[in-house]
Every structure is written in structure tokens, then in C-alpha cells.
Ligand binder design. Structure first.
Ligand SMILES: [Zn+2]
Ligand SMILES: [Zn+2]
Length: 204
């Protein structure tokens, strides 16, 4: 909450201020966000205008999250700019006094001063969330995790598996041989080619 009393209601009056506030909960998206209680550094410019107070500002914030590909924890910093008009509830310019029917959608997004106070939290939340990377990664084009063993490939670029591949082929070979030896005598050992007809007599 910010007090606008010092600003006064005379249009054209300006006030600049810097402020550090604690981040509320839910300042972020699932994969990355501002930790609750972290410091949001605000630079604000409040300007008294006819219909209310126009707030323009920049917020600097720390971020914590994880790489969407390899789940490595991430720490970043971000900044976001915002501008929002807080209307006087009793202003003749307020849409409450204008015709309402067509204006309902715009009305919902409209913010009002609460007495001399303005609540920046929803404005800050929107600005921060819009500035977040949707798919944060520990490095550009993170290679993710090894599908076989879960090793983080960004930390081990030469990582590969030779052994399991050999073992799998060996296992396959074993099956094929067992299959072939179970066949009635007289059949050729066509170990590698699939035989669609099974034991049926072959057509021309
Ligand atoms: Zn990563
Ligand atoms: Zn691996």
C-alpha cells in the first residue's frame, strides 16, 4: 500500500520515490518466481492527474526456479516496467459514473484508490509474471538429462552409453537363437527375417 496524501490531488503534481518491499506469495509461475519474502526494489513515479494517480515504475526482483530440461536450480534477477492509473472512486471521470453496459470488461481491470492509498500488489504481480521466462533453462538450449541414467548432460557433454546397447542386442540375439532352436526340424534358420506365416504352408 502506498500513501498518496503527500502527492495531493492537484493535477500535474509529481512525486518520485524508491522503496523496497517484501514479495508476497505467488509471485511467479510454476517453474520460476520470486521467493516469498524476497526484496522487490521499486522505483516509482506518482503523478496526479485529473481522474486519479498515474503510477509509472520499475521493479527489480530476484528469481528462483529450475531448468525446465534438467531441473537444475536457477537463480536469476529480473526487472519489469509498469504503468497503471489508479482512479479516484468519486471522480467524475470514473467509469462508475459513465454508462456501464458496454464498459464492463474495461471496468474489471480498472484500479481505484482506496482513500489516499493505492495497492500496487496486483500491478507488480502482473508485471513480474509477464517478465518471467516461460521455459527457463540453466543455459541456452540445455541438453537435459540422459534418458537412460538421468545424468545431467550439460555438466557432462561427452556422456554416452555403449554397454547397455550391447547388452540389449545380446539379449535379442539370445531370443532369436532360442526361437530358432525350438522350430521343428526342416525349417531353415532364418533368424533375422520375420516369418509372417508362421508354420503355415507357404503360398506361391
Ligand atoms: Zn538445464
Ligand atoms: Zn546416461
Amino acid at each position: 500500500m502506498f500513501d498518496t496524501r503527500e502527492l495531493g490531488r492537484r493535477p500535474g503534481t509529481l512525486k518520485r520515490l524508491t522503496r523496497t518491499v517484501e514479495a508476497p506469495a505467488d509471485f511467479g509461475i510454476e517453474v520460476i518466481g520470486v521467493p516469498q519474502g524476497a526484496e522487490l526494489e521499486l522505483e516509482l513515479r506518482m503523478e496526479s492527474v485529473m481522474e486519479g494517480v498515474l503510477v509509472t515504475g520499475t521493479v527489480r526482483f530476484p528469481l528462483a526456479g529450475e531448468c525446465v530440461r534438467c531441473l537444475e536450480p536457477l537463480a536469476r534477477e529480473g526487472t519489469a516496467d509498469f504503468q497503471e492509473l489508479f482512479s479516484y472512486p468519486d471522480s467524475e471521470f470514473s467509469p462508475r459514473f459513465a454508462d456501464t453496459e458496454d464498459d464492463e470488461e474495461g471496468d474489471e481491470e480498472r484500479l481505484f484508490l482506496q482513500g489516499d492509498l493505492l495497492d500496487l500488489e496486483p500491478v507488480l504481480r502482473d508485471a513480474v509474471v509477464l517478465a518471467l521466462p516461460l521455459r527457463p533453462m540453466c543455459q541456452e538450449d540445455c541438453p537435459g538429462l540422459c534418458p537412460d541414467c538421468g545424468t545431467r548432460l550439460a555438466a557432462d557433454p561427452d556422456h554416452q552409453h555403449d554397454e547397455p546397447v550391447d547388452i540389449r542386442w545380446a539379449a535379442l540375439r539370445g531370443f532369436t537363437e532360442a526361437d530358432a532352436s525350438a522350430e521343428p526340424a526342416g525349417h531353415d534358420k532364418q533368424a533375422k527375417a520375420p516369418r509372417p506365416g508362421g508354420d503355415e504352408p507357404q503360398e506361391n
